[in-house]
Design a protein around this ligand. Structure first.
Ligand SMILES: NC(=O)c1ccc[n+]([C@@H]2O[C@H](COP(=O)([O-])OP(=O)(O)OC[C@H]3O[C@@H](n4cnc5c(N)ncnc54)[C@H](O)[C@@H]3O)[C@@H](O)[C@H]2O)c1
Length: 271
């Protein structure tokens, strides 16, 4: 009998989600289900994202899923439990951001674009939670929601993304109260994470500048591994025997950017 725990990762085919999926498999502690809209409904992917990981055969499911659709999410949860007999952790990572629509002033944003973003970035977490909770209560598991530092600070014309990511933080602490003590719920808020080398079958589009790195207090832009390491820690903590002690929290991973004062010098300041 397989004693491994099971982790469901939404949007786990690319970017940060791909690194979390790989880290779960590499740890050999978990079986995983990757639920992603980019996985074909029929046929297989041209590249197996886990081909180079030792002993990964039979330990992962790749399922087509639009996380904004209730029937998709319901099927993904039941197929995961049917395959691995249990569900221990859900990582709500799938999201779309403002570049999908270009940087649009709010007067140019359509209601359809607004609603679509809300349904992928926020409603999806309601859906996965609704269907996963009975299984997570049984396994005494955890939920990790991926938010963003844009829940806390903004550039112009990013309202829709910031609003959904802010709501993810409220939903996180609210769920942690409703679902405890069996289920721990936490959020991770990444800053700038360079995911260009984690896009299946795609080349990098641009190179990072020295300035991009230097503006971070830690001296570099983030990498997907920075997020996956914390995510794995939270899964282990949340799924441990007797329950973890961390819930309702938001963990910012941004190289210090949200702690940096960015005024361009006050009149009384000696540069
Ligand atoms: N990369 C960053 O700098 C950064 C910063 C802060 C927060 N985040 C957050 O981290 C998470 C991952 O971001 P990323 O940069 O790795 O993104 P990405 O675009 O590289 O990957 C997102 C994945 O989600 C999938 N997806 C999109 N819509 C979906 C849907 N409707 N149903 C199912 N899957 C869907 C995509 O196919 C893709 O595989 C997101 O929640 C994002 O908001 C990223």
């Amino acid at each position: 009998m397989d004693s491994r725990k099971t982790v469901l990762i939404t949007g786990g085919l690319n970017g940060i989600g791909l690194e979390i999926s790989r880290a779960c498999l590499q740890s050999k502690l978990y079986n995983i289900c990757v639920a992603d809209i980019a996985i074909p409904q029929e046929g297989s992917l041209p590249i197996d994202p886990f081909q180079n990981i030792e002993e990964s055969q039979g330990r992962y499911l790749l399922l087509h899923c639009d996380v904004s659709k209730e029937d998709h999410v319901q099927q993904v949860v039941s197929k995961t439990v049917e395959t691995f007999s249990r569900l221990d952790a859900v990582i709500n990572n799938a999201a779309i951001s403002h570049p999908h629509y270009g940087a649009k002033d709010i007067t140019g944003l359509s209601l359809e674009e607004w609603n679509r973003t809300v349904s992928i970035n926020l409603t999806s977490i309601f859906l996965t939670t609704k269907y996963a909770v009975p299984h997570l209560k049984q396994s005494k598991g955890c939920i990790i929601n991926v938010s963003s530092t844009r829940a806390l600070q903004s550039e112009a014309n990013t309202e829709i993304y910031s609003a959904t990511k802010g709501a993810v933080l409220s939903l996180t602490h609210s769920l942690s109260i409703s679902l405890g003590p069996e289920i721990n719920v936490n959020a991770i808020s990444p800053g700038w994470i360079d995911v260009q080398d984690h896009q299946l079958g795609k080349e990098r589009e641009y190179n990072l500048r020295d300035l991009d790195h230097r503006q971070h207090p830690v001296g570099r832009v983030g990498r997907p591994e920075d997020v996956s390491k914390l995510c794995l820690y939270l899964i282990q903590d949340g799924c441990q025997e007797g329950g973890g002690f961390i819930t309702g929290q938001n963990f910012v991973i941004d190289g210090g950017m949200t702690k940096k004062m960015i005024y361009l010098g006050e009149p009384w300041w000696n540069e």
